[in-house]
Design a protein around this ligand. Sequence first.
Ligand SMILES: [Zn+2]
Length: 504
Amino acid sequence: MADIRLKHFKSVPGSFWGTPKELWGFRLKVPGRPAAAADKFLRAHADLLGIEQVATQLSPVRVIESVGASHVLLQQQHRGVAVHRGYVTVHVAHGGEVFLVKNRAIPRESLPGRGAQFTIAASDAGYLALESLGRAARNAVVRAPVRRWYPQSKRVRAAYRFRVVATKPRREWLVFVDAMTGAVLEKWDNVAHANVGARVFDPNPVTAVPDWRTLLTPSGTPRRKLDEAYRTVTLEGLKPGTRLDGTRASTRLTRERVRRTAKLDEQKSTAPGFLEVMAYYHVDRVVAYLESLGYQGRRAIFTKPVPINAHGTDEDNSWYSPELRGLYFGTGGVDDAEDAEVIVHELGHAVQDAICPDFGQTAEAAAMGEGFGDYLAASCFASRKPPALRACVMSWDAVVDGGDPPCQRRLDECVTYESFDHRPGAREHENGKIWSATLWDIWNAVGRDVADRIILESHFQLDAFTRLARGARASLDADRNLFAGSHVAALRRIFHARGIGPVE
Ligand SMILES: [Zn+2]
C-alpha cells in the first residue's frame, strides 16, 4: 500500500473517551473511490483516532455528495448492535484528498464487555417506556424496539430505543430504556419541541409603546431594555428537530443557529437567537396568510420553506437573493431583523420572485418590487399599529434617523408617475414610493382582504421586466377574475390619480 500516513495535522480532543474528535489541517491523497479511501485512511490512522480494533466495526452507511467533496458516514457496530451516536465521518475532496475526519466512535476499552446483556424482555421495556410518558401517551402505540449501545457519561449501556406515537393530538417520542435495569435513560418529545413559545416584536417597538421617544436614551441611541415591546407567541409550522426548521420557513442559512430548547420565550432582543426567532416567526406567519388566501396546495407560491440568514452581514443592509432564494438580514445600525417590517419587505421580494422569476430587471419593475415589499409590510401590520403609524414602515429600523414619527418610508406621499426618475442609477426605493402609494390607496379604498387578494393575484400575469401601467392592468384583470370586476371603477380612479396608465 502507498504511504498514506499523515505527517502534519491538527486535532480537537474529545471530552469522554480520550480520543480526538476531529483531525483537520491536512490534505492527504488516498487512492480509491470515497468509501474505499475512507476505509484505507481509517485503517492507516486507527491509532491516532484511538479506534484500533474498532475500525473493523465501522460500516459505511452513506456517502453524501456536495459540490466540492464526498462525505462518507460510517456507523460503529459492536457485537452486532449499533452504537448510539457512534458515527465517524471522513471527508474526501473530489481530487481524492482526505481533508477532515470526525470521530464519535467509542474505543475498544470503553465498549461494554460480556457482562452487558439485553436481559429485560423488549416487551417489558416497551411498557416501561410508555409508562414513563404518563397521561399524554395513554392512547399511544409503541413501535418495534431497536437495540442500541447507549453511552451515558463514560459508561455504555445496553438499551432499547422505542418510538412511541399517538394520534389526535399527534405526539411522538423517542425513549431509551436500560435493557438491564429498566431505567429510562432518555425521553425525547418531538412534538413538544415542535410547539415552541417565543418572544418577538410584532412588528416593532415603535408601534408597541405610547411614545416612541421613550425608546431612545438621552444620547439618542436605541434603548435595549424594552420589556413593554415584546409579545409572547407560539412558533408554528416547526418540523421535528432542534432548530428553527419549519414547513414554511427555515433559518438554515444562519450560522450558529439557536436551539428550540434555549428558552426562547424569555430571551431579550440582545440574546443571540432573537433575530432568528423574529425572522422565522414573521416569515412563517405571512406565508401562512398567503396560504389562507388560497395560495396553497398546487397553487402554493412557495414550494419549499423560505431559507433565512438572520445575521447575513454586519452592514446595515438586508436583501433577497434570487440565486439562493433566501432572505439575508444585516446587523448594522438597529439589527434589521429586529423590525418585522424589514423582514416582510424582503419576503415581498421572495414572493414576487417565486411568481415571476428574477422580478425587477427594469427600473419600473425594480420600483414595483420595492413598492410591493413596503405595501406587504404595511398591510400585514396595519391592525397592530396606531393609526398615525399605519402608513409608515420600518419605524424601529429608522428610530435613530430623526424622523417624526420615525420610519424608513411612507406609503402616503403625494407622488405620481410624473415624478418617476427614469435616469440610469435612479433610486428604486424612491421610485417605489409611487407604486406603494398606489397600492396603499387600493388598500384604503377596498380594505385589506380585497386589496391583498387583487394585488397578489395580479402578479401572475406579470414578468421580470414589467411596468407600472402593466401592473395596473393586471390588477383590473385580477379583480374581474376574483370579484367579477366589482372594484374596477375604484381601481381606475386610483391609477388615474397617480398618473399610471393607460389602464385599458
Ligand atoms: Zn427591497
